[in-house]
Every structure is written in C-alpha cells, then in structure tokens.
Design a protein. Structure first.
Length: 276
C-alpha cells in the first residue's frame, strides 16, 4: 500500500487521523506512533494486543489443530483474573522452567493448544537461527531480525527453557504470547519511545513498530515506517528460515506455521516440485 503517497504533503492532523483508519489491525499502535512522532499526547486505552493474542489461543490455533474454537474468557477486556485463569489455569504464570513443563503437561488454560503445536512439529523443525532481537539499532536496517512477541519476552526463564529444548520454533513463538498476556495483565509492555525527533517505536501485537514522520509548517514532509511483518518477510528472515526448516513431508503444516508467525499482510505459499 502506497502509504507515503497518502500522507506526504498532507496536514499533520490529516495524517494522524488517516493512519489508524488505514491500518485497522493495529489501530491503537498506529495512533500511538503517529502521535509520538508528532509530539502530540498519546491516545488513551487500547486492548488490541490482548484481544489478538486471545483470538489466536482460543479461536485460530484450536481451529487449525482440529480442537474447535473456544469462547474467549468472559469480560476479557475488564477482568484480568478471568483472563489469567483461562490462559494459565490455577497455578498461574510459570516463572521457572519446571513450572512451564507442569503447565504443558496439564489440561489447564492454553496447555492443550500448546501441546498440540508441539506435537505438530518435531524438535528443531520450522525453527530459525538465533537472530538479533528487534531494537532501535537494527529495526530500520532491513536485515533479518527477531521482531515478535517472543523477542520481547525472551528474558523469561520458562521461555528460555523452551528455546533451549525446541529451538526458536512454533512452540517457542506460541508460548511467548502467553507471557505477553501476563505482561499486559501485570506491569505492561515496554512503553512507546521516541529515539529522535519525529521518530516513534511502539509495541504492537506482532512486535516492534517504527515510524519516522517529519513536518514543516504543519505539513508532512517525510514519512517512513517499518512493521513487524516487514521484519518477518525480510530475505533470509524468520519466515524464510521457518519454512526452509519444515520437512517437505509436513508441507501441509505450512498454514499453521504461517498463522503462528502471523503476518499482517496477505502471504501466498507455493510448493516447488522437482522434476527428474
């Protein structure tokens, strides 16, 4: 989508109103980024990340795994205790590796979904190398980076244990959404930041979102953005590596891999057939 053409030459208030409408998948993140870049007050509220994670855990992934969609926790937007119980069960958020293993072995919360994802992919399949985590220094380079919920939750000991045992694959990425939920219910995700005037870095559902927007006399004169999907689809990046390490005998699981990676733009997968 030619976003730059839509906003270059427009008044700043037009750009601020347009971007969240054009990109409704991460509307609040878009609104935060443009407000921060323009040195305007950040918009309040926003539960889109929590909603998106819950839809994956309760609707999308169970459907793809043949478990059938489940209802979201009642009053999920206003009742943190209900969400915590529905996602983690009575033991709560696993802080240590052993607690993570206990959760995966149980029938509580999201454990059946994660266990099914684990069974769908043998160890070290649909995995990536240990790419650098997204940050202010590498987000704009276009180089392969890990820009995902797993990147911002990788400090969790329980998630580190999954990476050590299974690699940076579907289970690691899916489980990271649980810890993102825990952060949202407790201390929250890292706040938006402005590394330089006219720049914004904002946490979005799929990872870190960057925006560069400059104006003169109330008119937008420069615009650029980089999304988690840009990082995901980078040549040699997470999507390419994940598919390359998927056994051809399980090519049918590519749709599940794609849904776990979760690009925010349409992606078409084709399978090459070798001829003797």
């Amino acid at each position: 989508m030619p976003v730059a053409a839509m906003v270059l030459g427009a008044r700043v208030e037009v750009a601020a109103a347009l971007l969240p409408r054009v990109f409704n998948l991460c509307r609040h993140a878009q609104a935060q980024a443009v407000a921060l870049a323009l040195d305007q007050p950040l918009p309040p509220g926003g539960d889109e990340i929590l909603r998106d994670h819950l839809l994956k855990l309760f609707v999308s992934w169970p459907g793809l795994l043949g478990q059938g969609a489940r209802k979201l926790p009642a009053d999920w937007a206003t009742d943190p205790a209900a969400v915590r119980s529905a996602v983690f069960g009575p033991a709560g958020v696993p802080a240590r590796p052993a607690e993570m293993m206990d959760l995966l072995a149980s029938d509580h919360g999201a454990a059946p979904v994660l266990r099914a994802i684990d069974r769908a992919f043998p160890v070290r399949e649909a995995v990536t190398a240990a790419l650098p985590f997204a940050g202010v220094r590498n987000l704009w380079t276009g180089a392969p980076i890990e820009n995902s919920p797993a990147a911002r939750q990788a400090h969790r000991p329980a998630l580190q244990a999954l990476e050590a045992a299974h690699g940076r694959g579907p289970l690691w990425r899916a489980a990271a959404r649980l810890f993102d939920i825990a952060a949202l219910l407790d201390e929250g995700l890292p706040p938006p930041e402005s590394p330089a005037r006219g720049e914004a870095l904002v946490q979005a559902t799929r990872g870190l979102y960057g925006l560069r927007l400059k104006s003169e006399g109330g008119i937008v004169t420069a615009f650029a953005r980089v999304t988690p999907t840009d990082s995901l689809l980078a040549p040699g990046g997470v999507l390419a590596q994940s598919l390359a390490s998927l056994d051809a005998a399980r090519a049918g699981q590519a749709a599940l891999v794609l849904d776990i990676l979760d690009p925010c733009s349409p992606v078409t997968l084709t399978r090459e057939v070798e001829h003797a």
